[in-house]
Ligand binder design. Structure first.
Ligand code: SF4
Ligand code: SF4
Length: 235
């Protein structure tokens, strides 16, 4: 019998020795839904309003969440397991706007003050890191992203939005990178200096990553992909 390459590519193993397969129908439906978004923006050549871009971003979030949640029982990730929240999370202009709106919605008080202080402190850290976080650089290539991510992770600083209970305080509005950060191997591999962890990767996540970047251009004429604190503290 000939092996279906799609099924082969959608089969994974985890740290507990379980083998599982991502639903082919969910995979296809998700890619088709992402494809429709790609068509609406002409793969980045068409312009859309910022409001339309935000609505498409939210749709992309829904699509990747469905895929991730369908196999979450096989992942090593769990609430309160937050070593990954030391990463430098790169986001695009539209995602930066979603985060800005979230911060603006937060009532004045201890939490909002803590976020502001944390964001400013991390911006200073990023700007002190040689070249890698220069706000004039787009961070649109994976190698730029990874270089900054690695250097930043070594600082051991948690995301300003991580609460004392190690839960994300902006969970509903978290960016794409946090939504596709599922891990198959031991959670200890995610600690700085350990690992590397093996991530749950699939074509839906890759396509979503590309589209989110294209939406920065289509909705805002802004191709930059920058760490969260830079979007929220600098122009
Ligand atoms: S990515 Fe790693 S640190 Fe983050 S929740 Fe998953 S297992 Fe835990
Ligand atoms: S936005 Fe939330 S999930 Fe993402 S790094 Fe920050 S605390 Fe973690």
């Amino acid at each position: 019998m000939t092996e279906d390459p799609l099924v082969r590519d959608l089969t994974y193993s985890n740290v507990r020795g379980e083998t599982f397969t991502l639903s082919q129908s969910l995979y296809r439906e998700s890619l088709e839904a992402l494809g429709r978004i790609g068509e609406r923006i002409g793969e980045g050549k068409n312009r859309v309003s910022p409001g339309e871009a935000l609505s498409m971003l939210r749709e992309i979030y829904r699509i990747v969440d469905r895929v991730g949640e369908s196999v979450s029982g096989h992942m090593s990730c769990s609430a309160g397991c937050a070593a990954c929240c030391r990463m430098m999370v790169g986001v695009t202009r539209g995602e930066g706007e979603i985060l800005r709106e979230r911060v603006d919605r937060e009532p004045e008080g201890e939490r909002k003050d803590r976020w502001r202080t944390g964001l400013l402190a991390r911006t200073e850290t990023l700007l002190s890191m040689e070249g890698s976080a220069d706000p004039s650089r787009p961070l649109s290539t994976l190698s730029d992203m990874l270089a900054t991510c690695e250097a930043y992770e070594g600082k051991g600083l948690f995301c300003p939005f991580l609460g004392a209970d190690r839960l994300c305080e902006i969970y509903e509005d978290r960016p794409l990178m946090c939504r596709i950060c599922w891990t198959l191997t031991d959670p200890r591999d995610c600690d700085p200096g350990e690992g590397p962890p093996v991530k749950f990767r699939n074509g839906v996540f890759f396509r979503a990553f590309d589209l989110v970047i294209l939406l920065g251009k289509a909705g805002y004429s802004d191709p930059r992909h920058r760490p969260i604190p830079l979007w929220l503290t600098l122009a």
